[in-house]
Design a protein around this ligand. Structure first.
Ligand SMILES: NC(=O)c1ccc[n+]([C@@H]2O[C@H](COP(=O)([O-])OP(=O)(O)OC[C@H]3O[C@@H](n4cnc5c(N)ncnc54)[C@H](O)[C@@H]3O)[C@@H](O)[C@H]2O)c1
Length: 268
């Protein structure tokens, strides 16, 4: 499935090339690490020598991730980023042994493309509790540790829906715009202390996020347009390549940026 509506679109091919040792000696938290983009990102960092605090709300999927890769330094932590106690647990595990280098705020949920006259309080609250509150809580808890270390890198998952109004419903669109605001403010406030905070804005990616169109208005207004303008859907590994570059010291001069990784979709 993809954040984009179910449609027959080509998958853009990508061959992952591991950069040995890029994250050696570095501890990175990845939320939503048990599926899709988070899973590919956690694996890429671990294959490049990092210690990954792989956090997810799904204990079953986390077990599979770790069992499938016994040779990698993956530390599973089951937790809901919308719950402060779970966030505290994730941070505690991440900082118990080593310095914290990075945080990938990847966990996120989609809406059903409902417009502002259709959205329920429940959908709005759940989408915001994960995408906005969860990202805020994780970042708020991580930054004191990054400040102690005098450096750090945060990558937030926004979306093409964080840059425009034609890629999702109102709740998801507003939540991903909020992620960009959080990213830029954090970059401005903590950049001078050696902490970078950037966002990635994916287009369609082959994952489990879903995104059924339950709105007739949305189907008519944006469904067909997305089919015409989208260049295809990316693999999670292609997104992991973008995310890990931003996370790595090679992006040392990049702070407060929103990097589209969408095959050029939003340039249309
Ligand atoms: N797939 C796309 O087309 C697409 C496009 C743009 C942006 N994104 C963003 O990329 C990120 C990753 O999405 P994905 O497509 O890989 O989705 P996915 O559903 O495949 O994976 C998301 C993971 O996050 C976990 N998760 C959900 N809620 C959580 C919570 N409250 N606490 C902890 N973990 C939780 C899920 O269990 C799942 O393992 C999201 O922020 C999403 O909004 C995805």
């Amino acid at each position: 499935m993809s954040e984009q509506p179910a449609m027959q679109m080509k998958i853009i091919p990508f061959n992952e090339e591991i950069i040995p040792g890029r994250f050696a000696g570095k501890t990175v938290i990845v939320t939503g690490a048990a599926s899709g983009i988070g899973r590919a990102t956690a694996l890429r960092i671990a294959k490049e020598g990092g210690r990954v605090i792989a956090s997810d709300i799904s204990s079953e999927r986390l077990e599979v991730l770790v069992a499938d890769h016994p040779q990698l330094n993956l530390v599973p932590v089951v937790g809901d980023i919308a719950v402060q106690e779970d966030v505290d647990d994730i941070i505690k595990t991440a900082t118990a042994e080593d310095d914290l280098y990075g945080l990938v705020n990847n966990a996120g949920i989609m809406d059903n493309f409902q417009t502002i006259t259709e959205v329920s309080d429940e959908v709005w609250e759940r989408v915001f509790s994960v995408n906005v509150w969860g990202t805020m809580r994780m970042t708020r808890a991580a930054i004191p540790h990054l400040l102690d270390n005098g450096r750090g890198s945060i990558v937030n998952l926004s979306s093409a829906a964080g840059l425009g109004g034609g890629a999702a419903g109102v709740a998801y669109t507003a939540s991903k715009h909020a992620v960009i605001g959080m990213t830029k403010n954090t970059a401005v406030m903590y950049g001078p202390d050696g902490i970078r905070c950037n966002a990635v804005a994916p287009g369609g990616v082959v994952t489990n996020i879903g995104g059924q169109i339950l709105s007739q208005r949305a189907a008519e207004r944006i469904g067909a347009a997305m089919m015409v303008t989208s260049p295809g859907i990316a693999t999670p590994e292609a997104l992991a390549a973008t995310i890990t570059w931003l996370l790595s010291p090679d992006a040392c001069n990049v702070n407060g940026a929103v990097l589209s990784s969408d095959g050029g979709w939003k340039a249309f």
